[in-house]
Write a protein that binds this ligand. Structure first.
Ligand SMILES: [Mg+2]
Length: 260
């Protein structure tokens, strides 16, 4: 992936160098694909940044569109990471425990039928993700290079069938309620006694929109990739990194570590 230059000020977003949350950050809620990764693999520099954050007393919680089983594996092996949120906030995952539903369990068969109708009636050409077998509540398809115009078309068709459609850099999700990672983070924060104003969130794509909602968290951050997605999120994040993908996460981590 290239590090193409971005001009965040032209989007009204503040550069991450100006990060100034209202409380000392104690928790980072981070998207995974496109935010902790580089070209689809965990970025070693992002991994090192997680280690530094945890070492400085800042908990790191992955908040992913990936299945519960995959997030469980991620949490088991990421240093200092105890839990995660999976399937765009439907489930909380702690290794060696059964995943916990945070929202109403979905009717996967119904969602899948909507996908089949999109294929049959609207030439959507959707292909279920390879990890579908371990998704508990989410139906997701490989994005396979679809551009935003096509995704917006599919979103409108899905909504006409009573289903929500949202995408990340890798997947297209169908959901019965608007996917909202932020609601899941807020619920978790309340349960573990963390002031939401001491939470920093970061993501890269429209399925992270709930992490960007103003007034929910101390600071909201997009990687540089969010600049091209602002038309597809209800609210932009407050801050944007200069770098894309995992390098953007590293920038955010360094900004937090400097203020501790
Ligand atoms: Mg992402």
């Amino acid at each position: 992936m290239s590090d193409r230059p971005t001009h965040p000020e032209s989007h009204g977003l503040l550069p991450i160098s100006r990060l100034m949350p209202p409380r000392r950050p104690v928790l980072v809620a981070t998207d995974v694909d496109g935010t902790l990764t580089r070209a689809g693999k965990l970025d070693p520099a992002a991994l090192a940044a997680i280690v530094r954050l945890v070492g400085a007393g800042v908990a790191v919680v992955p908040v992913s569109g990936r299945p519960a089983g995959e997030v469980a594996g991620l949490c088991r092996y990421l240093p200092g990471v105890a839990r995660g949120l999976a399937e765009n906030g439907l489930l909380e995952v702690i290794p060696d425990r059964a995943p916990r539903w945070l929202r109403t369990p979905t009717d996967k068969a119904r969602l899948r039928r909507v996908g089949e109708r999109l294929d049959a009636e609207h030439a959507a050409g959707l292909r279920l993700t390879g990890d579908d077998f371990c998704r508990l509540g989410d139906i997701a398809y490989e994005r396979e290079g679809r551009d935003e115009a096509e995704l917006v078309r599919l979103r409108g068709l899905a909504e006409a069938m009573g289903v929500h459609l949202v995408w990340s850099n890798v997947h297209v999700h169908l959901a019965e309620a608007v996917p909202d990672k932020g609601v899941a983070v807020l619920q978790l924060a309340e349960e573990i006694g963390v002031d939401p104003r001491a939470i920093v969130t970061i993501g890269d794509a429209p399925n992270d929109a709930g992490l960007f909602v103003s007034g929910r968290f101390g600071a909201t951050v997009g990687t540089a990739d969010i600049a091209a997605q602002l038309a597809f999120v209800p609210e932009p994040p407050q801050y944007v990194t200069r770098s894309r993908e995992g390098a953007g996460f590293v920038e955010m981590a360094e900004a937090i570590l400097q203020m501790l």
